[in-house]
Write a new protein. Structure first.
Length: 364
């Protein structure tokens, strides 16, 4: 027997909100309910003041749906709901909207992005964050890929973050602060959320996490140029973006789209990284350019962006990533780690340049 969305709604209608004494359905507290192929997902919306005390209610809602026949997994997320959003202020023609406010205690926010999946963006983001930390910076790393979070596996984090009752405490690993939606759900659970739920989760992980004090917060962006990317570009004061691509033509086409998106949202491009650039045969020592070579450098030159460097295609990067100990930690003095460190040095230098005030003309 396959459980339907209506079945889930009836089950949730039996869960009573202890504050109002009415069901969570009667109180319109359930948002984004999706039931598909035995997997269910929804958000429990509560007023901000009730957020920390509503975890038992969230668990009760999750349990009510999990009992239904044919349900394999349930993902229920607690979100703070402010009521109807205020009208968006209108800006005069040709006047840009105000820049989004920063995160307390965070000096700079950068995005690591790619136009498509499968180019090693998350691996680059993790090792870039570790490289920046190795340079002496205080670094945070946010996994912004709601549908395909990678940090739990890449950093071997298997437990949920703690909370002080108001905000979530990021999990510290290898000297950096981290946060991912993957810390809160099982690894094999599908996140079948609609756009508004994704936007709400991203906003909360940016603003409701105790990030500071940080010199830089690295955002591991989801691939592509959809709602999630636009949400971050418009709501986080990004200092710049790092674009990751392989040398393959099809990947470079999508990388150009990512660059165009950031330019349209007035986010500077800190540079382009060519991942999986070259494979050196361990037996004969011959270099093989499996996906081509030099395409990312050429693309960077065409769009007027810096080229940050090449990352080789080697088994050790994959093995250390799968083991939850990135190559920057597992082999910090190896050639692979030094490649990531060189990229981190260029990014750190670009951030210093971005922080400099514009020159002024002085009349004497």
């Amino acid at each position: 027997m396959n459980t339907t969305r209506d079945d889930a709604l009836r089950a949730l209608d039996q869960v009573i909100d202890p504050v109002s004494g009415r069901s969570v359905i009667q109180e319109n507290m359930i948002a984004g309910l999706v039931v598909r192929d035995g997997h269910a997902g929804f958000a429990l919306e509560v007023p901000p003041a009730r957020g920390p005390q509503s975890e038992p209610l969230r668990a009760a809602c999750e349990a009510a749906v999990a009992k239904l026949p044919g349900i394999l997994s349930v993902t229920a997320v607690l979100t703070a709901h402010q009521g109807s959003a205020p009208a968006r202020p209108q800006h005069p023609p040709h006047q840009a909207p105000p820049r989004p406010q920063g995160i307390p205690g965070v000096a700079s926010i950068i995005a690591v992005a790619s136009g498509k999946g499968g180019v090693g963006k998350s691996t680059v983001a993790v090792n870039l964050a570790l490289g920046l930390a190795r340079l002496g910076l205080k670094v945070g790393l946010l996994d912004a890929d709601i549908y395909g979070p990678s940090l739990p596996r890449l950093l071997d984090i298997r437990h949920k973050p703690d909370s002080d009752g108001k905000k979530i405490k990021p999990i510290e690993k290898f000297g950096i602060k981290t946060m991912s939606i993957g810390f809160m759900v099982k690894e094999d659970e599908a996140m079948i959320w609609r756009g508004p739920m994704v936007q709400s989760a991203l906003t909360q992980m940016l603003n409701d996490v105790l990030w500071g004090p940080l010199d830089v917060l690295v955002l591991d962006m989801p691939p592509g140029t959809g709602d999630a990317q636009l949400t971050i570009a418009q709501r986080a004061p990004l200092k710049g973006a790092v674009i990751v691509s392989t040398p393959q033509d099809i990947a470079l086409i999508d990388a150009k789209k990512g660059i165009a998106m950031f330019k349209k949202t007035q986010v500077p491009i800190l540079g382009v990284v060519e991942n999986m650039s070259v494979f050196v045969c361990p037996d004969c020592g011959h270099a093989h350019h499996i996906f081509g070579h030099g395409g990312a450098r050429e693309t960077a030159e065409k769009v007027g962006a810096p080229f940050l460097g090449e990352i080789p295609l080697v088994p050790r990067i994959r093995e250390t990533s799968d083991a939850g100990t990135p190559v920057m930690v597992a082999a910090p003095d190896g050639p692979e780690a030094l490649s990531f460190l060189a990229v981190a040095e260029k990014v750190a230098a670009a951030l210093k340049t971005a922080d400099r005030p514009a020159p002024k003309i002085i009349y004497e």
